[in-house]
Ligand binder design. Sequence first.
Ligand code: NCD
Length: 315
Amino acid sequence: MAYEHLIDLNDLSVSKWNEIISLALKIKKNESVYSEACKNKILATLFYEPSTRTQMSFQTAMLRLGGQIIGFDNPQNSSVSKGENLTDTIRIVSGYADILAMRHPLEGAAKAAALYAECPVINAGDGGHLHPTQTLTDLVTLQSEKGSLSGLTVGLCGDLKYGRTVHSLIKALSMYPDNRFILISTKELSIPQYIKDWMNSHNCPYRECYSLAEAIPELDVLYMTRIQKERFASEEEYRQQKNVYILDMQKLFSAKQDLCILHPLPRVDEIDLNVDKDPRAMYFKQAVNGVYARMALIITLLNAREQTSLLSHHN
Ligand code: NCD
C-alpha cells in the first residue's frame, strides 16, 4: 500500500507544510485538546546514529498525543548487531508500529526504508543529506517569532557542506517568496552544488561569504550550526575547521534588534554562552517547538494513513 511518508519536505506541497505549521501552533496554544489524538497508536523510533533532541522530541510528541513508543537508539542492542539488514528490520518493525521515525548515517536510507515499510516513515536525518523534521521545527519557530516565512534575509553559518539541517532549510525557505540567503562558511565547508542549483532554479538570491561579522548587520535570521565532526575524513581536517565561527555579544552588537538566532543544537563552541541571555537567542524555544512540530506531523501522517486504509477497503 502507498503510504504518505516524510522523506524530503519538498515531496509534500507547501500548502501541506503550512497546514502542519498551523496545526503545530494550534497544539502549542491548547495542548490538552490533543491528549488522546493518537490513543492506541504506536510510534517506533529507529536511531542508527546518536541523537538527544530528535529522538526524545519524537517520543515526547507521541506520548503527549496519548500514543505509545517502541524502538532503539543503539543498533548494537538490536538484531542489527546479528547482521540483520535494514530492509528486514523495517519490514518487521513497521508491522509492529503505526508510524516509524528513522535516523541513519547513510544518505537515502529513509527513502529506501519507505519502499519496504508497512506504515508511514519519517526521515529523522539521513547522513549529511536532509533533516525535514528539523526544518518543520525551524519553520514553526520562524512563523511564531517573525510572523512570516517570506521576505527574510537568512544567514546560515558554519558547516554548510555536511549540515543536513541547512540543506533542508534552504530547500524549504526558497519555496516562499522574497527570501534570500547569505551563506557564511570557509571554502572547505561551503554549500554543495546541488543546493546552489536548487536556489538558482527557484530564483532565490544568495551570496557566499567568509565573514560572519561582515554579514551580520543585514540579517533577519541567523542560523548557526555545529561543525559536523563525525562526517570528516580525519581529525586533522576537523581541527582546521572548528572554532572558525563563534557568535558572541561583540558580533551581535551590529545585528538588527529583531534578529532571530536559531541553532538546531547540539551546540559545541559556536555560540558563546553569554548570547543565551540575549532576547534574540531563540534556539531553546526552537527545541521546544520541535515537539509541537512533530506532534502535528504525526497526527497528519496517521490521518492520511487512515484515509489510505479506508480507500483500500472500499476498492
Ligand atoms: C542536528 C542533526 O542531527 O543534524 N541535530 C538535531 O537533530 N537537532 C544538528 C547537528 O547534529 O549538528
